[in-house]
Design a binder for this molecule. Structure first.
Ligand code: AP5
Length: 180
């Protein structure tokens, strides 16, 4: 099994490159953003709670994310590998991920960090907003998503650098070039 974290700020291409990795290597894509959006679409009680955080650009509480994610992740223990897209997003999530994987005899092999300048991130998100109208792709919420990234998530780069598994990739080029 080969397990990867695709890491980066909002709009850096995590989802796009994860889909390419799935196509090329047959890995299983676990996007916490997608999993949470599905819960919101299902309009369950937990979906309503999740929406309160997501629609403002704040991180959803760890216990909700972990429950939703591992329910899906542990169904794929026999796969070629997992891609974690949008997870972990804080140190607590990173520590718990490691613990849970270790218990199952699994580990994270590589963290791919997509590096993209902020102006380009905003351009991409605004372009997507015009096309798909994702509810958190509006100016005030985008701002909060960046604030959360800086405050909670960015520090994980140092965490994985110390573990020796961080690999930084420029995400500024066209999609196929970044993938290569
Ligand atoms: P999530 O869905 O993970 O959103 P995000 O991190 O803000 O990232 P995006 O989906 O905006 O961007 P991306 O990096 O995937 O880029 P993409 O490939 O789409 O999370 C949403 C919310 O859910 C969070 O705010 C939080 O509330 C909650 N949440 C999720 N995970 C959580 C967790 N673990 N804990 C707590 N809460 C959590 O690309 C963006 C656009 O750019 C696309 O249109 C794409 O076509 C285009 N593009 C991509 N690459 C290129 C390129 N190289 N050149 C030009 N255009 C490109």
């Amino acid at each position: 099994m080969y397990n990867i974290i695709v890491f980066g700020p909002p709009g850096s291409g995590k989802g796009t490159q994860s889909k390419n990795l799935v196509r090329e290597y047959g890995l299983v894509h676990l996007s916490t953003g997608e999993i949470l959006r599905r819960e919101v679409r299902d309009s369950s009680a937990i979906g309503e709670l999740i929406n309160k955080f997501m629609s403002r650009g704040y991180l959803v509480p760890d216990y909700i994310v972990l429950k939703s994610l591992f329910k899906t992740a542990l169904q794929h223990q026999q796969s070629k590998g997992l891609i974690f897209d949008g997870f972990p997003r804080n140190t607590n999530q990173a520590v718990l991920l490691e613990k849970i994987l270790n218990k199952k005899g699994m580990k994270i092999d590589k963290v791919i960090s997509l590096e993209v300048e902020e102006e380009e991130l905003i351009r991409r998100i605004m372009r997507r907003a015009r096309k798909y109208g994702r509810t958190d792709d509006v100016a005030e919420v985008i701002h909060n998503r960046f604030v959360m990234y800086e405050a909670e998530t960015l520090q994980l780069k140092e965490y994985y650098k110390k573990e020796g598994i961080l690999c930084s990739v420029s995400g500024m080029a066209p999609i196929p070039v970044v993938f290569e």
